[in-house]
Design a protein around this ligand. Sequence first.
Ligand SMILES: [Zn+2]
Length: 454
Amino acid sequence: MFDTILRHGTVVDPLTGTRPADLGIRGGRVAAILAPGTPATAGEVIDVRGRHLFPGLIEPHTHIGFLNPFAADVVSETASAAIGGVTTVFSFHRHYQSAAPKPYDDFPDLVAAISAGAHVDMAIHLGMLTESQTRDIERYLDWGVSSFKFYMAYRGEDGKTVGMINEIDDGIMVDAFAVLGRHPHAVACVHCENTDIIARRVRTAKAAGGADLAAWNAARPAFAEAEHVRRAGYFAAVAGCNLYYVHIGAAASLEEAIREKARGGRVTIETCPHYLTLTEDSSLGPLAKVNPPVRARADLERIWEGLLAGDIETVGTDHCAMPRARKAGDIWQAAPGFPGMATLLAVMLDEGHHRRGMALDHIARVLSYNAARRFNLLPRKGTLQPGADADIAVVDLALARRVEARALHSSADFSLQEGQTLRGWPVMTLLRGKVVARDGRLVGRAGEGRYLGR
Ligand SMILES: [Zn+2]
């Protein structure tokens, strides 16, 4: 009666918790959660004894096509996703920085590239860099894009450091928020960093002679992020739109974001694995350069506290297929960004579950369910309830494996976890009922993933 049955596993349901069960799949969807050993016939029986079944991860924050052509990045980076138990990848799409930002008339090409090359499903957030793009928001909503990213950073001098042309000011942004406010399912994602403060602090931090991660943290200080968290929250409240704070890694920013929630803002807070594992004292140096920077130890501990308390609802990696060569030189010369999708689940299991006691169903919420809810993929994604797509990460909680970047399939030739032994890994990934990765090897083929309109 099933196409596939996963026998003798432990289902980790984001809403109802963790329990031993058999899971039946039919037509690419979860058909039933059964008591262990319930008699059933199936075309294929997979024994998952001793394994935990998580809903496939939904990675809310990547930059596919940032350095490499979009179509090529889709193939390599969704392969890396599959290895890591990620079955839905959101990419913050924007026209490549060196070109003048223009309307997203090439959107059908993106969908075609995903259909042709993706190993897992993909959805798109669109970056809003010009006023003319914000005027097209209604058209983008018709395409199934319901989330938009605004960069409060990267204007003027600060923008030149990453080659970005960004004409969004507070006036344009708040008008765009008002458009989004008319659509209950639409979301404004905001990169909060005060670009004027940063432009000056970069100069003073450089002049002070520092060239390490601490200097980078000083150049893009936490208070400059926290101030914009407050400002974006106020604008979103005025406009009545949903707000998603990307990559919050500083205590000061988290406090402001929590305050916006308490005021009744429709606010979601995201953090990233690097803010949960790295500080400005890390010996990784420029490899860990990212915007916003990794912060101090007290920030890291506060972010964990916010995550465990439920204030922070999603964890995304800010994954970018950055080759190590772009990390050459000192902190001022190296490019910001790094890969992270393939190790996301292992980092959260190792550091979150094993070391800090984070419950498995809570991990399933922050890595899957909450993103599905915020970005309009429920009930199709984010759960293992009957009817949902059978996207499943089969996990061996006890497996200890040393991270080797070349085994992770990203075109990035390094990993922030390189050489570390992490405990807890996905050992099988199913996309709509089909095994796409097994024992750290890719077994699916390019083109099995789909574009997800929302
Ligand atoms: Zn990002």
